[in-house]
Design a protein around this ligand. Structure first.
Ligand code: HEC
Ligand code: HEC
Ligand code: HEC
Ligand code: HEC
Ligand code: HEC
Length: 241
């Protein structure tokens, strides 16, 4: 193809683009959304989807449990995305005229599944398993942080090897009672009374003279209670099989 712009024109164009970008950054930084902006969280752009599905609406505002839609997450390697039938348990009765839901109705009527684009995607040579994590007290909130606030789903984590390994070496930093895995608002109890109440509630044995005082102490207790052998978790063959 012939060169359309001369070199110096290019530089001008680039300067203008960067100028525009800087102005945009300025606007973002000036706005009140600063902590949630992707510039700060390093979240990815949401990919295009057949329907603008909102976790904020369905989880945070309506209170629908993750397992209602991602039911295989405790049983298999994959969390899976819900079938059209799952959407239609509600949308055959509510918001039946919404134009945004037309693709869902078409999919149902024509018996053709919706094709959702992947948001999180590990390379082929990495093995991952959801059930192994969520059944041992590693929460969706740790790996898909902030999804409860998302109108469109984007990646919360780059899923680098370093990031996986950091937890595999120190799972006590993140582990919680497995009953709290689906709770996106969980916080480590902040005083001995709260801690004791939680441990009693979930039947987690502890020494009454040494009630955990913080996440690390609670984490050590849970790593033992759930029988996690963290010495093996850094072996290459765990994730590269
Ligand atoms: C009402 C159904 C519904 C509920 C409830 C729900 N999800 Fe989803 N989820 C979806 C659908 C549909 C998609 C695919 C479209 C998208 O990416 O937004 C999805 C996508 C995702 C993805 C990205 C998938 C990918 O391609 O990588 C993650 C992560 C996720 N959900 C986690 C959660 C978590 C965590 C909860 C609970 C806090 C939850 N979901 C609750 C329906 C639901
Ligand atoms: C348990 C009930 C329930 C299920 C299951 C459910 N939804 Fe919804 N959905 C709702 C309700 C209620 C609203 C209205 C929310 C509001 O406006 O606050 C809604 C709103 C929506 C909207 C916005 C419609 C508009 O015109 O603004 C879309 C899009 C949507 N849902 C898609 C889906 C998809 C896709 C699925 C399946 C993956 C799904 N929903 C599953 C209850 C449900
Ligand atoms: C230890 C980190 C971790 C935890 C905990 C976790 N996920 Fe994921 N999730 C991932 C990774 C990594 C991927 C990408 C997997 C791939 O590409 O093979 C993913 C992908 C997904 C997907 C896309 C579909 C799939 O199966 O690949 C959904 C949906 C999802 N997660 C939902 C959830 C829900 C719901 C929970 C909590 C019950 C959860 N995840 C807990 C790391 C995690
Ligand atoms: C927040 C903590 C945490 C993060 C982040 C995490 N893991 Fe894990 N992972 C664990 C724990 C704890 C176990 C041990 C479960 C057990 O002992 O049964 C585990 C176990 C595993 C296993 C063994 C599963 C099996 O079936 O034996 C694989 C594979 C794995 N993780 C892969 C990954 C990959 C890949 C990533 C990054 C994308 C990742 N993990 C991120 C905590 C984490
Ligand atoms: C807890 C899971 C986990 C363990 C354990 C692990 N890896 Fe990885 N590894 C990953 C993930 C996830 C990626 C992909 C990172 C990405 O996409 O940026 C990766 C990527 C790689 C790559 C490709 C690097 C690249 O730049 O593309 C190599 C090589 C590798 N790992 C070697 C190893 C070796 C050697 C070990 C043992 C010392 C090991 N890994 C242990 C999760 C793991």
């Amino acid at each position: 193809m012939p060169q359309v712009f001369k070199r110096h024109h290019n530089t001008v164009a680039r300067a203008t683009i960067f100028g525009g970008l800087l102005a945009l950054v300025g606007l973002v930084l000036a706005g009140s959304n600063i902590t949630r902006s992707p510039w700060m969280t390093r979240a990815g752009e949401p990919p295009d989807q057949p329907v603008p599905f909102s976790h904020k609406h369905h989880y945070e505002e309506l209170g629908i449990d993750c397992r209602y839609c991602h039911w295989s997450v405790t049983q298999s390697a994959h969390a899976g995305v819900p079938s059209t039938e799952v959407c239609m348990t509600c949308h055959s009765q509510i918001w039946t005229n919404s134009p945004l839901l037309q693709p869902v109705r078409d999919s149902y009527n024509n018996d053709k599944p919706l094709v959702w684009n992947k948001v999180n995607n590990l390379p082929e040579f990495v093995y991952f398993n959801h059930s192994a994590h969520v059944n041992k007290g590693i929460s969706c909130a740790t790996c898909h942080q902030g999804i409860e606030k998302m109108h469109l789903t984007a990646k919360s984590q780059p899923f680098s090897m370093w990031w996986c390994l950091d937890c595999h070496r120190n799972p006590e930093k993140h582990i919680r009672p497995k009953e709290e895995v689906f709770n996106m608002y969980y916080q480590t109890p902040r005083n001995p009374e709260e801690m004791k109440a939680m441990l009693d509630k979930y039947n987690i044995p502890y020494d009454p003279n040494a009630i955990p005082r913080n996440q690390i102490e609670l984490g050590r207790l849970l790593v033992k209670h759930y029988n996690i052998h963290k010495e093996q978790l850094s072996d290459c063959s765990i994730c590269h099989r």
